[in-house]
Design a binder for this molecule. Sequence first.
Ligand SMILES: *Cc1c(COP(=O)(O)O)cnc(C)c1O
Length: 479
Amino acid sequence: MAKGALDPKDWDSFKQEAHRMLEASLDKMQAAEEGRVWTPMPEAMKSDLKTAVPQQGRSPADVRAALEQMLPYGVGNTHPRFWGWVHGTGTAGGILAEMASAAVNANLGGRDHGGIYVEKAVLDWCKEMMGFPAEASGLLVSGTSMATIIAVKTARDKRLGIATRQRGTGATKLVGYCSAQAHSCVGRAFDMVGLGTDAVRKIPVDDDFRMDMAALAQAIATDRANGFEPFFVAGTAGAVNVGSIDDLAAIADLSAAQDLWFHVDGAFGASACLSAAQAPLLEGMARADSLAFDFHKWLHVSYDAGCILIRDADAHLAAFSERPDYLAPATRGLAAGDFWPVDYGPELSRGYRALKVWAHLQEHGTEALGAAIARNCAQAQMLAGLVDDAATLERLAPVVLNIVCFRYLPAMGADADGLNAEIAVRLQESGVAVVSTTLLHGKLALRVNITNHRTRDSDLSLLVDAVLQTGRQIDGEAS
Ligand SMILES: *Cc1c(COP(=O)(O)O)cnc(C)c1O
């Protein structure tokens, strides 16, 4: 029996606590359809958290009880009526995988151990799912934000040369492009790799919220004429506001003709390739130089887990590899191994994300994951129909994927934006549903994002009724 300084004093009673914790965690998942969606943490619990750093430890039973007490106070994204922002909904199986990875406690920075082979296997699956060639490289990361930084850094170094890593970017004229609907992670990545957010040109979108290709071509020409050096374009596969998908095939053609690095932000939308009905919308995605997507959104792996795929494996390695002597590769022993993730991203110590992704794909398979995605898209169409049928609701964007944006139309003269913002807050506070809001054509919209394998059709009818009732109520209070 392990008797290390921090091992349990009494393994048997520790195991009892562990089993109770597992039971409570599974009970939470089993009851995910019940009760409130979002439950704010009580004030008393918040203030209890403000203590000095503990000097004396507590018993495993005490700690288990404290952990159990916190289970209800999440975002609410395990509930079938959570449709705010873009959140995955988690699975019971995720609990098992997290236990196994904690038990191994592997550092996935490199070396020759099981976790490295699991990550390699997962990356090979990613390439296969996304239509990338087997020679492409990739890395599991915290999410699409990090994946985008890795993509932009690789593209930058390929364009400016590897010496940039020592000399810095200096006064570059590099510029890149994305649509005005693209996620802020693109600008963030430009900032982080020293190119600055001004170097990202936001291209206007058409009526379907897709990047206007003529405007993109024009922006590139204007930049070249003014002495800038276009090098990067990000297409979005599933934009956060309305779920629109840029014309990825057209961007691929233009990138080839203009010698640009073609990146795809497919944070949640890329997953739709697993559904036969939605896959055609993503045509051109597999031609990207880099693709960023998340496992923790529409694929429901527990937070956090994302992926970057990069077609040019040499460029990827060149942009990140720099091993000091003490990490020099060996040919035998634990320090050997031909895939050291530290050579492909900014982190040395890395957790064992690969295991939960591997277990998730093993448990569910791509067919069930794709079917859940197809169902969400059908539900979005159903919700759009309910909105269109209601005289006091107005839909504000086409529904191509899984996001529906609409608003309640108040009595004449009332402040529609304020009223709809209040509807969103009241739905959240009442625990009935979580939707978020966004601005479309200057109008505040209720935004329902369905990346939820637990949502039942009846939940969406319930939402529409709740919006109508809350809207009328607020309208009544105002008059
Ligand atoms: C969520 C999201 C991101 C950011 O991804 P993280 O995993 O949160 O870092 C980027 N782009 C789009 C389109 C997203 O939906």
